[in-house]
Design a protein around this ligand. Structure first.
Ligand SMILES: [Fe+2]
Length: 271
């Protein structure tokens, strides 16, 4: 029997399946299946609130492969964060292969590599929140973020960022104990240098919504304390692609995206 040294992880992000009809969705899933990956990693913005669970279940039914995902802001559109998360938890409970990283501790991908992750959120801490004229659909289409004063909105998005940071504070020590290489999947780039937008890092107008500082601070601190370990961060959200070397042992890949044209971002082989 063939012995494979490495395992293959296929990374996708911002696939926005609600922009595809059923036929196009199935064609995309077939394309994923053809790559024969050991794991599929999804860095959020899979569909929208009403459709995200059905899209994931369809993917699960057509692919015989563990699917580890986080949700993006679009996955809560036309719904509430609480309601979508309740539905996601129920879906995951009934599935063998679907795993929502917010609720997971540490997953061993291979001998030397473990996986952790969280949705993350643009937490208003980088850039110029009060001077920004950006008005995301988040603030109209997600129940918890709509009809808030500017100050209340900032509090809320900071709390969502803090939730990601708190998660990483809990799971990172376990991850560091278990492996030399930690893969982090998060929808929102956790570093300002990784918030690529149209070929360059985001400006102060967009940064409040395109980076999750709270999560990034926790990740960076852990890797500064452990120069003998390395971390690979996979994210999306900004639709711009780029690679940012945050520390000698911490690299972040941000995946490009175009509505209606989902792509495989990369296939990694990790030991
Ligand atoms: Fe997003």
């Amino acid at each position: 029997m063939e012995q494979r040294e490495n395992m293959k992880a296929l990374w996708i992000n911002d696939i926005h399946l609600d922009f595809l009809d059923d036929r196009a969705q199935r064609k995309f899933f077939k394309n994923l299946e053809d790559k024969k990956a050991d794991y599929i990693l999804i860095a959020g913005d899979i569909a929208q609130g009403p459709s995200v669970t059905s899209c994931l279940m369809k993917m699960d039914s057509l692919l015989n492969c563990p699917i580890h995902f986080v949700l993006g802001n679009h996955d809560y559109y036309h719904g509430s964060i609480t309601e979508v998360r309740t539905r996601i938890r129920e879906m995951v409970r009934l599935s063998h292969n679907l795993h929502w990283l917010n609720d997971m501790a540490v997953t061993a991908l291979s001998k030397n590599t473990v996986l952790i992750g969280h949705d993350g959120w643009g937490d208003g801490r980088f850039g110029d929140f009060h001077g920004s004229h950006v008005k995301l659909n988040d603030f109209l289409l997600i129940d918890e973020l709509s009809a808030l004063s500017r100050d209340k909105l900032r509090q809320k998005i900071q709390a969502l960022g803090d939730e990601a940071a708190d998660h990483f504070r809990v799971v990172l020590p376990q991850a560091l104990l278990k492996a030399n290489h930690i893969v982090v999947v998060i929808h929102v780039p956790p570093f300002e240098q990784a918030a690529w937008h149209e070929g360059k890092p985001s400006d102060s107008n967009w940064l409040p919504f395109f980076a999750c500082k709270a999560a990034g601070d926790v990740l960076k601190e852990a890797m500064m304390k452990h120069p003998e370990k390395r971390m690979t961060v996979l994210c999306g959200h900004t639709h711009g692609s780029g690679v940012a070397k945050i520390l000698p042992n911490l690299i972040t890949y941000t995946g490009a995206a175009h509505y209606g044209r989902p792509v495989i971002q990369d296939i990694f082989e990790w030991e």
